[in-house]
Each structure stands twice: as structure tokens, then as C-alpha cells.
Design a protein around this ligand. Structure first.
Ligand SMILES: CC(C)(COP(=O)(O)OP(=O)(O)OC[C@H]1O[C@@H](n2cnc3c(N)ncnc32)[C@H](O)[C@@H]1OP(=O)(O)O)[C@@H](O)C(=O)NCCC(=O)NCCS
Length: 222
């Protein structure tokens, strides 16, 4: 259960595994007319992560209609999306997230976001803590496996833990998505079992987790 664009469809499901918090349910039911735009830009050696804007629908629509990208990002049967669907999803997510466009040499190559945790079961695991999730998709398959995802998530972690004061971050990944799993693990995320649609622990869905103390320790050792 990777990108929580899938949560958009699952918001109506009753299972505990995918139950979303009230604020996320409200945003999904009534997305704003435009993206909530922030003012954070993050720069790495190769990438810039800049705020996602209303000028970015063309690449987002293309990536959301590439079956190869969707198969990994969504992990289920979705093969295409209309512009209206794409706009509703990203606008709804943006209410509770910093949404970024990934740029390489000034060209859009993907998107990612740091979102207030939307899954009730994971919020409940950390009472009183700031819990976020990271979702990411490089929209151009030719660029997969070149360390760009790792660079982007590294920038998001630095922003989250050092500037935003976040306590714990999750990535919800299909166990079969080895590339994604290895990327998150190489940054210090540790695997815990996820939950399947029936709300029981599942080997196929993984909750990858990193907290602030482990992030700081990994930076000291790395
Ligand atoms: C997941 C994604 C963001 C990762 O970004 P990336 O730039 O491709 O990943 P990186 O190159 O930084 O790291 C990939 C890791 O997997 C390994 N890897 C690369 N290709 C692989 C493959 N075909 N199978 C298994 N592992 C692979 C790399 O060696 C690296 O691991 P390492 O650091 O231990 O060497 C990107 O591949 C993507 O957008 N995929 C499609 C959408 C998706 O899956 N999103 C995530 C949903 S949870």
C-alpha cells in the first residue's frame, strides 16, 4: 500500500488498516479549489525540491497515466487518471502536507511529499508525537535506480527532523517494491509489518519507520 494517492480511493473503506483521520477524510471529501502552496525549497547535489504549484499539472498528469509508474506507486489495478482526479488528489493532499516537485537540471522528474500522518492506526502508535509520512514517485522510469530517490528522501528527512521538529516518519511500501524498500532502508528506516485491507498484520504491506533519535545516530555514524 504505497503512495497514499491510493488512500483517496480507500477513504470510503471501513477497514482499520486504511482508516484515515478526520482531517484527512474532510480534505479528501472536499478538496480545496487550488493547491495549498508552501514556500520551502530544498536543494541537494543534483536535485531541487520546490513547492508543487497549479502550473505543474502537465507532468503530474503524464506520470499519473504511465502504467509502469502507477504499478509501483499505487500497487494495484489503477492504469490511468483524468486531470480532474489528479487535481482533486493533489489538492486534497496539499492541505496536510508539504508537496514538492522534484527537479533535475531544472526539469520536472517526479513528486514527493511530507504529510501529517493520515492513518489512524499509525497516529495511535505515537501519542503526543509529531508523526509524518513520506510518499514519492519519480515519474521517469529511466531515472530509477540512480540514487535520486535517496537524495530526495534525504532532503525531506533533514527538513523534517532538523527544521520541522518531527518525531517519527513512516513510509508505507509494498514488500514487493524492493527498490523503494531498499532506498528507505539505506536511509535508516526499519521495517515493521503493515496491515492488509482486512486490518490484520501483513507481510505484503510494510510500515517502514524512522524516528528522530535513530536519524541523528545514523548521521553521526554515517
Ligand atoms: C521508489 C523510488 C522513489 C526510488 O528512487 P530511486 O532513485 O529509484 O532509488 P535509489 O536509486 O535511490 O535507491 C534504490 C535502491 O534499490 C536498489 N535497486 C535499484 N534497482 C533495483 C531493482 N530493480 N530491484 C531491486 N533493487 C534495486 C539500489 O541498489 C538502491 O539500493 P542500495 O542503496 O542498497 O544500493 C523510484 O524508484 C520510483 O519512483 N519508483 C516508482 C514509484 C514508487 O515505487 N514509489 C514508491 C512507492 S512506496
Amino acid at each position: 500500500m504505497p503512495l497514499d494517492r491510493a488512500e483517496y480511493r480507500r477513504a470510503s473503506m471501513s477497514s482499520d488498516a486504511h482508516a484515515t483521520t478526520d482531517e484527512h477524510r474532510r480534505a479528501l471529501a472536499h478538496p480545496p479549489a487550488t493547491l495549498r502552496v508552501h514556500d520551502v525549497t530544498l536543494r541537494g547535489p543534483r536535485l531541487a525540491l520546490r513547492p508543487l504549484t497549479e502550473d505543474d499539472w502537465a507532468p503530474l498528469l503524464a506520470w499519473n497515466n504511465d502504467p509502469e509508474v502507477l504499478a509501483w506507486a499505487e500497487g494495484d489495478e489503477i492504469e490511468s487518471r483524468t486531470l480532474d482526479e489528479v487535481q482533486r488528489i493533489y489538492r486534497a493532499i496539499s492541505v496536510n502536507a508539504h508537496c514538492f516537485l522534484m527537479e533535475l537540471d531544472g526539469e520536472p522528474i517526479g513528486e514527493c511529499w511530507l504529510q501529517h500522518m493520515n492513518l489512524e492506526r499509525l497516529v495511535a502508535r505515537h501519542p503526543g508525537e509529531g508523526v509524518r509520512r513520506i510518499d514519492i514517485a519519480i515519474g521517469l522510469p529511466a531515472l530509477w535506480g540512480q540514487g535520486l530517490g535517496r537524495e530526495a528522501v534525504g532532503l525531506l528527512l533533514d527538513f523534517s527532523f532538523r527544521r520541522e521538529g518531527v518525531d517519527v516518519i513512516y513510509a508505507c511500501v509494498d514488500a514487493g517494491n524492493v527498490r523503494s524498500r531498499r532506498m528507505f532502508e539505506s536511509l535508516g528506516f526499519a521495517v515493521g509489518p503493515g496491515m492488509d485491507a482486512a486490518g490484520t498484520e501483513s507481510d505484503a504491506d510494510l510500515d517502514l519507520m524512522l524516528n528522530r533519535a535513530d536519524y541523528a545516530a545514523a548521521r553521526l555514524n554515517g
